[in-house]
Design a protein around this ligand. Structure first.
Ligand SMILES: [Zn+2]
Length: 302
């Protein structure tokens, strides 16, 4: 199994920026001594540099891939799904949400800029073993009746269109999120779940303990792209933050926004509840990048 070190991926944006900068400086014919007089690059604090989201090249994580310099923002794709590209003319970075179901090993994206030919950027997905979680819920939410099954299928088709939303990124985009509700944040993202003894999809979000009625606040500026009452997710709101970065809030007792509303960071969008398939009141919060649910913890300060 390939399990290369991921240092190059963490460091390459810095190195590339430096290389680009050196290139620019040499164009300006500045003396080399001036460049080498710059203080040596400090090692980044542990493995979590102050960039958002943090890189974590595992299923359910995010890869940050250097695309190098380019006058205009390049377009990047994973398969035919567009990717979020951040940066400036000196250095662009593609963010790749890695699905929980991804197979560890080699992967790649394609980037296109106006100035250069299409190029492939390779990366490696390291394996990650998520723990198992056993839950007991009402039997009708595990063995669905034909009516509930039909309802779920309709909802799934609708949600597929919501999840395909891709709009322009805000030019000033910072992707550090504030937590949508204060409270104990579980580290339950990715857990392999067994409901009433039956295996189901892994847990694709973060659960935050909070009482019914607690306000849910927007973690970033965003536009409301869906609200509804869904079979598993209960009262739900989806926000679009641009560039294929979406967030979802579930099990809500109340929804305070409608599709099309534009929210600032910290604006209230709903209230915590216990609707849908739950064992008690809490907020289920999901973060989606290029249609992959990724770990919300990568977007928030510890
Ligand atoms: Zn949850």
């Amino acid at each position: 199994m390939r399990n290369q070190t991921h240092l190059p991926d963490l460091l390459s944006p810095v190195l590339n920026r430096r290389r680009a900068l050196l290139g620019t400086l040499s164009l300006l014919a500045l003396p080399v001594a001036h460049v080498s007089a710059a203080p040596p690059a400090k090692p980044k604090q542990q493995q979590r540099p102050d960039v958002w989201p943090h890189a974590s090249q595992v299923p359910g994580g995010v890869a940050r891939l250097s695309l190098g310099p380019s006058a205009k923002r390049p377009a990047a794709f994973s398969g035919d799904v567009p990717l979020l590209v951040l940066g400036d003319a000196i250095e662009w970075t593609a963010l790749v949400g890695i699905p929980l179901a991804a197979t560890p090993g080699d992967a790649s994206i394609v980037a296109r800029s106006e100035s250069s030919a299409e190029k492939q950027v390779a990366y490696t997905v390291a394996p990650k073993q998520y723990r198992e979680q056993r839950l007991t819920v009402p039997p009708r939410t595990v063995d669905l009746s034909p009516d509930d099954e039909a309802r779920y299928e309709r909802e799934r088709a609708h949600l597929a269109t919501v999840m395909a939303t891709f709009t322009d990124l805000r030019p000033d985009a910072s992707l550090q999120m504030r937590v949508p509700v204060p409270g104990r944040r579980s580290s339950s993202f990715g857990l392999r779940r067994v409901f009433n003894g039956q295996s189901r999809n892994p847990h694709s979000g973060m659960d935050i303990a909070a009482g019914t009625g607690t306000p849910v606040l927007a973690p970033l500026p965003g536009r409301v792209i869906d609200t509804g009452d869904y079979f598993f997710n209960g009262g739900t709101v989806w926000l679009d933050h641009g560039g294929g970065l979406l967030t979802m809030y579930c099990h809500l007792s109340r929804v305070d926004v409608k599709v099309g509303d534009v929210l600032k960071t910290g604006e209230q969008l709903a209230a915590v509840g216990a609707t849908g398939r739950v064992t008690g009141p809490h907020l289920h919060w999901s973060v989606m990048l290029n249609r992959a649910m990724v770990d919300p913890a990568l977007f928030i300060a510890a």
